[in-house]
Design a protein around this ligand. Structure first.
Ligand SMILES: [Zn+2]
Length: 248
């Protein structure tokens, strides 16, 4: 059984580490008001949106409307919320040169809004999109312009359907090589708000070059070993205390 870690001890570990990285999951955004897709209020449970229709490429190519209905609800929700204490803590840790980068499973873009710069979005996000017919890339701005004027946004060049670069079921995750290399370089990896059940993200901590501190509300799947600490705690409360101990 991996040992827990007090916020003060976590602050010491951060202070000692030369190169810190973070891996974040849905749990870092739930305090902002964004439900975990798999959590008790997530779309897998409430069925307000059917995940099989929303995140399947074949279903999208047959009828992209369910995905865009979900995306409108999701993006409206994201726009209405603010990054959490933990998002902002990581941004400050990067700013002061301690944190080398963040690997995230989230598609909500909240790390960038909090001010983080080196963010590897393994499951993609809405900052770019591609045409399903001609393959042309369009910016997130063009995508949202299209979403504002059409039920399903189309390519200005060929009229094909645009698909945001959010990773669907069966599609390859992004930035895996960069994520592994970031993990290997870390002498401390913070794993925050991830239950470590979705692969390949759940395997990333195994590449960590040094200690791993997992902070999550509730049980976590993978992750064990001598350098692994597992903390069952509310993220924002925990990192408020860590930030205080670091006087930042
Ligand atoms: Zn096109």
């Amino acid at each position: 059984m991996a040992k827990s870690l007090s916020p003060e001890a976590c602050a010491d570990t951060i202070r000692r580490a030369g190169f810190v990285s973070a891996l974040t999951g849905a749990g870092i955004s739930t305090a902002a008001g964004i439900p975990d897709f798999r959590g008790p209020k997530g779309l897998y449970v409430t069925r307000a949106h059917d995940p099989e229709k929303v995140f399947e490429v074949a279903a999208f190519d047959h009828d992209p409307e369910p995905f865009y209905r979900f995306s409108r609800d999701f993006l409206a929700l994201v726009e209405a919320v603010e990054p959490t204490i933990t998002h902002r803590f990581l941004a400050r840790l990067e700013e002061n040169g301690t944190l080398g980068g963040i690997i995230t499973q989230n598609v909500d873009g909240l790390h960038r809004r909090a001010g983080s710069r080196n963010v590897l979005a393994m499951h993609g996000d809405y900052s770019t999109a591609h045409c399903r017919r001609c393959g042309r890339e369009v910016s997130g701005e063009k995508l949202s312009e299209g979403m504002a004027t059409e039920t399903v946004p189309h390519c200005a060049e060929c009229g094909g359907v645009l698909k945001p670069d959010v990773v669907f079921f069966g599609e390859n995750v992004r930035c895996l090589v960069e994520a592994e290399s970031l993990a290997r370089r870390s002498d401390l990896m913070l794993v925050l708000g991830s239950s470590l059940t979705v692969y390949p993200a759940a395997a990333i901590p195994y590449y960590a070059g040094g200690e791993v501190v997992v902070v999550n509300k509730g049980a976590v799947g993978a992750a064990s070993g001598p350098g692994v600490h597992i903390v069952d705690a509310d993220l924002d409360g925990y990192f408020k205390a860590v930030a205080e101990a670091l006087e930042m």
